[in-house]
Design a protein around this ligand. Structure first.
Ligand code: ARG
Length: 267
């Protein structure tokens, strides 16, 4: 990240020298465009650190461990990738909804059980997919919710900015959608009776359902006609060199058995 700042400054200075610019803000903006063009060719790994954003509220993919550190399948996976690339991985825990917009500034890449979507592809690139998922519906034990039709008009809890949020907000008629920063808060409101159900990815749904066993049930999204989703690492747009390195590392990790071991350990 330090190198990015240096390049930015060089970009600003070069632009100023070439155009004999003063201190007006417009010139600053032009300088930053030039810096961004250069940053396209910049190697975010050159400083030996890969800064990775996550939202550690999504077990078993990411959660905060007993020592207050982010842990989980994704964290172990990106650390293994970092090892293959010979860089140190630094994890930044932040809100899920700000991950995509932080790539290229606060963080280099994001790993967060993030589903590849066309909308996100407008702002970031994705690595090869590494995991298949589907949205699940968590309902109170004994609930009559069982089909897509039963969700119409319901009050639905989701994590803000997730694909579960998009389904509840855009694809189901007449819903009231309660958006939470943490999935577990949605589940707590399900227990309190403030929402009728929670739409969240399969594996976290199963973790929450077993945490509150007897009180809630996690239903397979297939019975609600939810489609298959794919998780991938979100990358800076246009940095094909980085994408190639990360995909190659991912391939190696799959080929040498590390990936299966991580699945066994965490999922
Ligand atoms: N797969 C869903 C999405 O991409 C949810 C991901 C939530 N991840 C998290 N770490 N909280 O929108």
């Amino acid at each position: 990240m330090k190198k990015l700042l240096a390049l930015f400054l060089v970009g600003v200075m070069t632009t100023c020298m070439l155009t004999a610019c003063g201190s007006k803000e417009t010139n600053g903006a032009a300088g930053s465009d030039a810096a961004q063009e250069e940053a396209g060719a910049e190697d975010v790994l050159a400083d030996g650190v890969l800064t990775v954003g996550t939202n550690a509220e999504f077990p078993p993919f990411e959660f905060v461990d007993d020592n207050g550190e982010p842990d989980g399948f994704d964290i172990a996976l990106i650390k293994a990738i970092g090892e293959k690339l010979g860089v140190t991985v630094e994890v930044e825990n932040m809100e899920f909804d700000s991950l995509v917009s932080s790539i290229g500034s606060k963080i280099d890449v994001a790993i967060a059980g993030m589903t590849v979507t066309d909308e996100r592809k407008g702002s970031v690139d994705f690595s090869s997919p590494y995991y298949e998922a589907v949205q699940y519906v968590i309902v109170p034990a004994g609930s009559e919710i069982a089909t897509a039709e039963d969700l119409v008009g319901k009050t639905i809890g989701v994590q803000l900015g997730t694909t579960g949020d998009f389904i509840a907000s855009d694809d189901i008629a007449d819903t009231t959608v309660n958006q939470y920063n943490k999935g577990v808060d949605a589940v707590n409101d399900l227990l309190n009776g403030r929402v009728d159900c929670v739409i969240i990815d399969k594996n976290p749904a199963l973790v929450f359902a077993s945490k509150f066993e007897g009180q809630v049930v996690a239903l397979d999204g297939a019975q609600f006609e939810f489609g298959v989703e794919e998780y991938a690492i979100a990358l800076p747009k246009g940095d094909t060199a980085l994408a190639e390195k990360i995909n190659a590392a991912l391939e190696e990790i799959k080929a040498d058995g590390t990936f299966d071991k991580l699945v066994e350990t965490y999922i």
